[in-house]
Design a protein around this ligand. Sequence first.
Ligand SMILES: Nc1ncnc2c1ncn2[C@@H]1O[C@H](COP(=O)(O)OP(=O)(O)OP(=O)(O)O)[C@@H](O)[C@H]1O
Ligand code: SF4
Ligand SMILES: [Mg+2]
Length: 395
Amino acid sequence: MAGKKENSSYISGKESRRITKFNRKVTKKLEHERADANKDPALYTTKMRDENNVVEFDNVCTYFFSDVGTVKAVDGVNFDIPRHATVGVVGESGCGKSVTSLSLMQLLQRPSGQTVGGEIRFNKGDGTAYNIVNTPNAIMEKIRGNRISMIFQEPMTALNPVFRIGQQVDEVTQLHHPEMSEEEVKNRTLEMLELVGIANKEGVYNMYPHELSGGMRQRICIAIALACSPTLIIADEPTTALDVTIQAQILDLLQNLKDKLNSSIMLITHDLGVVAGMADYVVVMYAGRVVEKGTADEIFHHPAHPYTIGLMKSKPVVGQKVDKLYNIPGSVPNPVAMPNYCYFRDRCEMRCDQCDGVYPPEIRISDTHVVSCYRFHGKGEVLGYPKSVNVEELI
Ligand SMILES: Nc1ncnc2c1ncn2[C@@H]1O[C@H](COP(=O)(O)OP(=O)(O)OP(=O)(O)O)[C@@H](O)[C@H]1O
Ligand code: SF4
Ligand SMILES: [Mg+2]
């Protein structure tokens, strides 16, 4: 028993009951508040800070009310996705990349997953914006797949194995354009298949997903995602399940189509090589927070945060011989009980006395380059501290 108590992840029966009761209470209240906000356009209509952005994440906090406590998966995240740009979101597994994109699509596992703070602004293009956090489902259904679409990591699970390819692409167009005739929809699908580089489009139209290779399946997923010419494409690890030669083809395809359709891309990956070749801007996440963001050139050639520097060092370089690849010592802190100092401190080889203080603020070190690290204190404009939500105050 004493051993169990020493283990920090041990939860007593009493504590477990308290957490369950708290979760029930807080999620019920949040769901009620959401239902009220959904009814009032004033609560889900807002304005972009900068009209040139498609999406603005403004201090977004997305938490999971789990059986072991509150997981602050995304905690005070700030970054923008400009029009026609590719923004790479990078970071170790579990740092909140997917939860950030799922919050934008309002696809969180509810009621346990909730965006409890901040605004996610999506540009409507008419001088106003939706605050996605409060937008009702009926409007979200029109945005998803139409204005914002998503490409997932594993094309086999993203496609339905019992329907033919043609039917699956047709379905998206039909859903968002009910005015189109059956023939028009089919022609549009064939056009999309051609656009994503499927040579035998008529044949593939009638095939099932299992009849295609992994690369072809991912091309189909891209065709589905682009069927309605979205303003933003979210690609969550789009090439991780593919072999290296196919990876390059798929990334080229995405980049070309983005330019053709004038879309923006939010490219989520843990592979810095993928980001280097494609992204205009890079956002580095660590333990649910953005620790550094800037242009791809700034992040790759002048990384400022020790975590980004560590990620760069751990990336193999072609032509450079090393005995052992660098790995960042230690591991990410427990997401249920995050410290109140810099989350990277216990792994940081550059820490100084100041690092024992509160979590570092965002510091602007160039027009486009922002870093959260005390090493830059006094070397740039302090933009502010990430705002966390005290969950006890939610009820
Ligand atoms: N449904 C859920 N319930 C509880 N915790 C969750 C849930 N989904 C995600 N999390 C937690 O949120 C955190 C962020 O997860 P997320 O999936 O965003 O990571 P990621 O950066 O996309 O990682 P990966 O590179 O492995 O895909 C993790 O600590 C994860 O355990
Ligand atoms: S604030 Fe300190 S501990 Fe944190 S990353 Fe910067 S130098 Fe390291
Ligand atoms: Mg993920």
